[in-house]
Design a protein around this ligand. Structure first.
Ligand code: TPP
Length: 343
């Protein structure tokens, strides 16, 4: 009989020694925040068409999703996973080329925001239909198993809204039946667009569903970087070691609108005072200061470095041409010719 993993209760602290990869993770979070703030300002200045979707407040969970994956592992990020994408190895230029419509980007100027991916590098291109990426990840893991590969895991991200779809349930069931080495990280940021938790689900705690699916489950304080690294890192280890699929449920508040077109005026003042509404980047900075992990000068250097990387990626993409509709070969990304041309 499957047993659930010990449940972690939300921790508020960060005075204990941080995780050994804390500073490395912090720098990815900083880079993601810097990049996304810049994308927002380009959007407001009318230089990005379509939408901009950011992971403000979700960086600690997200970076932990990308950081523990190794070569050969599969990552299926969603719209708030810039930190995890970067930690997994996505170059910044892929992001800026996609948002700015460069034909040299991974989607060759056809996407515009967050559906980009590099399937050959095991970074799956996101399908917007919520819940669908669980089955896609399970399928990719089964393909690896059929090929005789060993020691791989897959990690699929989902929001609490996406957890309420039919496809999510199908994917979770299939993962447990097939016993694939999958970690599902569900971030409850308390709103699915404007819909609050109480209109999304009626169970006491979303992690209680783990045992029903045949998963092992645990919870994590998504505002605490050390807690995210400990809990998500351990779930990845357990999946790699052949334990049942893992469900991690993180709690945070979305610190932005659904997209930059949304002012989030429906977010209540009351919820903004909850402990899970803390900004994980500020909490991590406080931990750095409290434990004197690096000095203020080093922090300033890291910020400058992040800003320089972002500026470079933007100015390169801005100089590149958009696709020409009548000259393009309109292949899908899975087409070998296109994949080869991107290498
Ligand atoms: C099946 C499906 N229904 C509706 C949508 C439209 N939609 C896109 S994002 C979103 C909210 C998602 O909320 P959640 O899963 O909690 O993730 P969050 O945006 O909060 O990170 C909705 C309803 C969709 N993409 N797919």
């Amino acid at each position: 009989m499957l047993q659930t993993a010990p449940r972690r209760k939300k921790s508020i602290a960060s005075k204990a020694a941080p995780h050994e990869r804390f500073l490395e993770a912090f720098r990815w979070m900083l880079l993601a925040r810097t990049l996304e703030e810049k994308l927002v300002s380009l959007y407001r200045g009318g230089l990005i068409t379509g939408g901009v979707y950011v992971g403000r407040g979700q960086e600690a969970v997200s970076v932990a999703c990308g950081l523990f994956l190794q070569k050969g592992d599969i990552f299926a990020p969603l719209i708030r996973d810039q930190a995890g994408r970067s930690a997994f190895g996505e170059p910044l230029i892929d992001v800026t080329r996609t948002y700015l419509g460069s034909r040299q980007g991974p989607m060759r100027g056809r996407d515009g925001n967050i559906h980009r991916g590099r399937p050959r590098n095991n970074q799956l291109a996101m399908i917007s239909h919520l819940g669908a990426m669980i089955s896609v990840t399970v399928g990719a893991l089964m393909a690896k198993r059929f090929r005789g590969e060993k020691n791989f895991v897959g990690l699929s991200c989902i929001g609490e809204g996406g957890m309420q779809t039919g496809s999510f349930h199908e994917g979770m069931n299939l993962a447990a039946v097939e016993q694939v080495p999958l970690v599902v990280v569900a971030t409850n940021n308390h709103y699915a667009y404007s819909t609050p938790n109480e209109r999304e689900f009626a169970c006491h705690d979303l992690v209680d569903r783990a045992i029903g699916y045949g998963f092992e489950g645990c919870t994590v304080d998504g505002t605490d970087l050390t807690n995210c690294l400990d809990v998500i890192g351990s779930a990845v280890k357990r999946a790699r070691a052949g334990r049942p699929p893992q469900l991690v449920v993180a709690s945070i508040l979305r610190l932005s609108g659904h997209g930059e077109h949304d002012d989030a005026s429906y977010v209540t003042e009351e919820i903004k005072r909850e402990p899970f509404a803390r900004d994980c980047l500020k909490v991590a900075e406080q931990t750095i200061a409290d434990l004197n992990l690096v000095d203020a000068e080093t922090l300033r250097e890291w910020r400058k470095d992040a800003a320089a990387q972002v500026d470079q990626a933007i100015s390169t993409a801005q100089k590149e041409a958009a696709p020409e509709a009548d000259e393009e070969a309109w292949y899908a990304i899975s087409t070998r010719d296109l994949v080869d041309s991107l290498e």
